[in-house]
Design a protein around this ligand. Structure first.
Ligand code: C2E
Ligand code: MG
Ligand code: MG
Length: 715
C-alpha cells in the first residue's frame, strides 16, 4: 500500500494536496504534516513512497528538509516533489542538490500534480522492484557461490579419499627428486607415514637404484613436458613382496605452463599378470605332467635353431616312445596309466641337464632337446641313460611292469634344418628303433623317409595277405625230456608272401600289433590250430595238444575267452588239447582284468603257459597267484646254458620254483644234445627246439608225428 507524505504549513494546501494524492490510485495512504521537524521525526520510522513538500516553511526550508530526509534510513532513493512559487534557477539548484526529484509550481495545477505524483510513484515502485530483484540476484549469487565452494571442498576431500584408497601408487615428485605428495597406498606400500614423508627425497625411501631409474624417467617428463607411455614394472614393498605395476608418469603443471612436478601413478596388475602367466602356462604345458607341450617344444626348438645359426653348438632331438604302454594303460586302468606316465616323466627329468628340455608330446611320447652336443656319442650316451631310466620306472608302485622305450635321434643341422623336419626325422628314427624290437635307440639316417613309405605299403600288403589267405601255420614239436615222446606242438605263424616267399612273424607281427590286424589274424590262427589238432586225432595220431600264442592286443580288448570258447565249440576240440601261450608282458601288465580272463580260460577247460619266461621280470613269485600250468623258459637262457653259470643258475631257479608250485617246465630253443642233457640233469620236464624238430608245415608235421608215433608204438 503506497504511502504519500505531505508537508505544508498551510492547512488549505494540505487538504487540497491530500485529496489530490488520494485520488492517484486506490489504496493510497496519505499522511500530512504542518511542520517539517515533526514530519522527519515520524518519517524515520515510516519510510514513505513519495514526499510532497512546500519549500517555504518555518524552522526548515524545503532544501534543508530534503537533505535531512535523505539521511534517514532507506530514504535516499524516495522521490520528493518540491512545490514552490520561486522560479529562480539558483533556488532550484539548491533543492536539486539537497535531493529533490521534481518541482511543481504554485499555484498547483491539479492535473499536473496528479500526473507527476503518479509517475513518480510508478518510478519509485519500479525502482523498488529493480532493487529487490538485484538484491535477490545478489543473494542468489552469494548462495550459489557458497554451494560451489562447498561442493568444491567436498569433492576435493572426496578426491583425496579416493586417491588414498585406490589400489594404485600415486605420488608427485619435484625437479630435485623431493616428494611433493604420496597417497596412502603408496605410503603403506613403502612402509612410511604419508604426511611426514612429503619433502623427503625418494632415494631415502626407495633406495638408490630405483630412485635413479625414476629420476631418469622423471627428467624426460620435465624436459618434454609430455606424459610417458604406460610401462610395466616390478616393485618390492616394505615387506619384501614383489608386485607388478602398470606405471604412468605425467607432468604436473601449476599455472598452465610450468611443469612443477611429475605425477607417477602405478596400477597394481599383479593378479592380471598372474592370470596371464597361468593361462600362458596352461597353453604351453601338458596338464598331466606339467612338462612343456608341443607348442612350447616348437618354441624352444626355434630358439635353439636360431642360436645354432649364430655359431652355437649342435643340438639333438630325442623322440622317446614307450614300448607297450597301451597295454599297461588298458590293463591297469587309465588312472594307474597316468601315474605311471608321471613316474616316467620324473625319471627322465632327473636325467637331463637344466639346459635340456623335456616335453610330453603324446600319450606315451616324450621329446628331449639336448643342447650343446659336440658329436653323435654325446647324444648316444644320453639316449642310453634315458632308456635305463625308463626301465627303472618298471618297478612301479610295487607292481613290476614290463616297459621299455624306443628312442629316435635327429641332430641339428645335419638331420634337419627346421623344426618340422627335425621332428619328422627323429620320429622316423624312433620307428626304426621300435622295429628293432624296442628298448633301443637309433640315429636318423637318410633312408628312413623311404622306410616310412615302406611301412605304409606293408600295411596294405598285410591286409591283402589276410584277405587272400596268404597266412599259414607251421608246427613245432614239444617233447617230454624224460621219454623223448611228442607231447604237443606249437602253432607258429608264417606269411606265405607271393613276392618274397615265407616271411617270419618277427618281420610282420609287430606291425600287425600296431595296426590292429593282429586280432583277426590271431583269431584265424586259433581256429586253424584247433581244426588241425582235431584232424590229427581223426588221423589216429593220438591226442596231441596244440599251443597257440596269444597277443596282448586280444587281452586288451578282452575278447580272448569268448573267442576261445566259440572256436572250441565250432571245431569240437577237447579243451584239454588246447594250450594258450601268454607272454610275461601280458600276464604282468594286467593284473586284475588279465587274471580274470585267465580264470575264464581255465573255466573253459584249456591250459595256460607263460611264454619266454624269465625275460621280463626279476620277481618270480607272482606266478603262484596265476592259474598257469606251465612255464616256457626263454631260449636266451638255454643258448649258453652249458657254459654260462649265470644262465645255469637262472634255469635251475626257474625249475625249482616251478616244481614247488606244481608247474611243468619247458625249455625253448634247444638246439644241441649238450643243452638237452644239461636240462635233463636239472630236472626240466619238456623241451622244444631245432634239436627235436624245426617248425614245419602241417603236412610235414603230420608225417614226422606219424613216424614218431609208429616208432613209439613199435618200441
Ligand atoms: P615264441 O612263441 O617264443 O616261439 C618260439 C620261437 O622260437 C619261434 O620263432 C620258433 O621258430 C623259434 N625257435 C624254435 N626252436 C628254436 C631253436 O632251436 N633255435 C632258435 N634260434 N629258434 C627256435 P618264430 O616262429 O619266428 O616266432 C617268433 C615269435 O612270434 C614267437 O615266439 C611268438 O611270440 C610269435 N608268434 C608266432 N606265431 C604267432 C601267432 O600265431 N600269434 C602270435 N600272437 N604270436 C605268434
Ligand atoms: Mg610261443
Ligand atoms: Mg617263446
Amino acid at each position: 500500500m503506497p504511502l504519500i507524505v505531505i508537508v505544508d504549513d498551510r492547512v488549505s494546501n494540505r487538504n487540497i494536496f491530500a485529496k489530490l494524492a488520494a485520488s492517484i490510485e486506490a489504496d493510497i495512504t496519505v499522511r500530512t504534516f504542518g511542520e517539517p521537524v515533526s514530519a522527519l521525526d515520524w518519517l524515520k520510522d515510516n519510510p514513505p513512497d513519495l514526499v510532497i513538500t512546500d519549500y517555504k516553511m518555518p524552522n526548515l526550508d524545503g532544501a534543508q528538509f530534503i537533505a535531512r530526509f535523505r539521511q534517514l534510513p532507506n530514504c535516499e532513493e524516495i522521490p520528493v516533489i518540491v512545490i514552490t512559487v520561486y522560479e529562480e534557477r539558483s533556488f532550484r539548484l539548491c533543492a536539486l542538490e539537497a535531493g529533490a526529484t521534481d518541482f511543481l509550481h504554485s499555484p498547483v495545477d491539479h492535473h499536473e500534480f496528479v500526473t507527476r505524483a503518479r509517475n513518480l510513484l510508478k518510478l519509485q515502485r519500479h525502482q523498488l522492484l529493480l532493487a529487490n530483484r538485484a538484491n535477490m540476484l545478489e543473494r542468489e549469487l552469494e548462495n550459489s557461490e557458497r554451494t560451489k565452494e562447498i561442493a568444491l571442498r567436498d569433492s576435493s576431500q572426496r578426491l583425496a579419499q579416493v586417491i588414498d584408497t585406490v589400489p594404485a601408487l600415486i605420488r608427485a615428485t619435484a625437479r630435485d627428486g623431493a616428494l611433493l605428495f604420496a597417497n596412502a597406498y603408496q605410503a603403506a606400500f613403502d612402509g612410511v607415514d604419508a604426511s611426514s614423508v612429503v619433502g623427503s627425497n625418494t632415494e631415502s625411501i626407495h633406495g638408490k637404484e630405483r630412485s635413479d631409474r625414476d629420476a631418469a624417467l622423471d627428467k624426460i617428463v620435465f624436459e618434454t613436458g609430455k606424459a610417458l607411455p604406460p610401462f610395466e614394472e616390478e616393485l618390492t614393498d616394505a615387506n619384501g613382496f614383489t608386485r607388478v605395476f602398470l606405471t604412468t608418469k605425467s607432468p604436473l603443471r601449476s599455472n598452465g605452463e610450468d611443469v612443477q612436478g611429475v605425477l607417477t601413478s602405478a596400477l597394481d596388475i599383479t593378479a592380471r599378470k598372474r592370470m596371464e602367466a597361468h593361462l600362458r602356462h596352461l597353453a604351453h604345458h601338458d596338464s598331466l605332467t606339467d612338462l612343456p607341450n608341443r607348442i612350447l617344444l616348437h618354441e624352444c626348438m626355434r630358439k635353439l635353431i636360431a642360436r645354432a645359426r649364430r655359431g652355437d653348438k649342435l643340438f639333438a632331438v630325442h623322440t622317446i616312445d614307450l614300448d607297450g604302454f597301451k597295454a599297461v594303460n588298458d590293463l591297469l586302468g587309465h588312472a594307474a596309466g597316468d601315474d605311471f606316465i608321471k613316474t616316467v616323466s620324473k625319471k627322465l627329468q632327473s636325467i637331463i641337464r637344466d639346459t635340456d628340455t623335456l616335453a610330453r608330446t603324446g600319450g606315451d611320447e616324450f621329446i628331449v632337446l639336448q643342447s650343446d652336443v659336440t658329436c653323435n656319442e654325446d647324444a648316444a650316451e644320453l639316449a642310453a641313460r634315458l632308456l635305463d631310466a625308463i626301465e627303472d620306472s618298471a618297478d612301479f608302485d610295487g607292481a613290476p611292469i614290463s616297459i621299455s622305450a624306443s628312442i629316435g635321434i635327429a641332430i641339428h643341422p645335419a638331420d634337419g634344418a627346421d623344426v618340422e623336419e627335425l621332428l619328422r626325422h627323429s620320429d622316423l628314427a624312433m620307428y626304426r628303433a621300435k622295429a628293432e624290437q624296442g628298448n633301443h635307440f637309433c640315429f636318423y639316417a637318410s633312408d628312413m623317409t623311404a622306410r616310412a613309405r615302406q611301412l605304409a605299403v606293408l600295411d596294405k600288403r598285410l591286409q591283402r595277405a589276410f584277405e587272400n589267405g596268404e597266412f599259414v601255420l607251421h608246427y613245432q614239436p614239444q617233447v617230454d625230456l624224460a621219454t623223448g615222446r611228442l607231447i604237443g606242438a606249437e602253432a607258429l605263424l608264417r606269411w606265405n608272401d607271393p613276392e618274397s616267399g615265407l616271411v617270419a612273424p618277427s618281420l610282420f607281427l609287430p606291425r600287425a600289433e600296431e595296426n590292429g590286424l593282429i586280432v583277426p589274424i590271431n583269431e584265424w590262427v586259433l581256429e586253424r590250430a584247433c581244426e588241425d589238432a582235431r584232424r590229427w586225432q581223426k588221423l589216429g595220431l593220438g591226442s596231441i595238444p596244440v599251443s597257440v600264442n596269444m597277443s596282448p592286443v586280444q587281452f586288451r580288448r578282452r575278447t580272448a575267452p569268448l573267442h576261445v570258447a566259440r572256436v572250441l565249440a565250432s571245431t569240437g576240440l577237447d579243451p584239454r588239447l588246447l594250450d594258450i601261450e601268454l607272454t610275461e608282458g601280458i600276464v604282468m601288465s594286467g593284473i586284475e582284468s588279465v587274471a580274470a580272463d585267465m580264470r575264464h580260460l581255465i573255466d573253459v577247460g584249456v591250459s595256460l603257459s607263460i611264454d619266454d619266461f624269465g625275460t621280463g621280470y626279476s620277481s618270480l613269485s607272482y606266478v603262484k597267484y596265476l592259474p598257469v600250468s606251465r612255464l616256457k623258459i626263454d631260449q636266451s637262457f638255454i643258448r649258453n646254458l652249458p657254459t654260462d653259470p649265470n644262465d645255469a643258475a637262472i634255469v635251475r631257479a626257474i625249475i625249482t620254483l616251478g616244481h614247488s608250485l606244481d608247474l611243468s617246465i619247458l625249455a625253448e630253443g634247444v638246439e644241441t644234445a649238450e643243452q638237452m642233457e644239461r636240462l635233463r640233469a636239472e630236472g626240466c620236464d619238456q623241451a622244444q627246439g631245432y634239436y627235436f624238430g624245426r617248425p614245419a608245415p602241417v603236412e610235414e608235421f603230420i608225417r614226422q608225428a606219424t613216424q614218431a608215433y609208429s616208432l613209439a608204438r613199435s618200441a
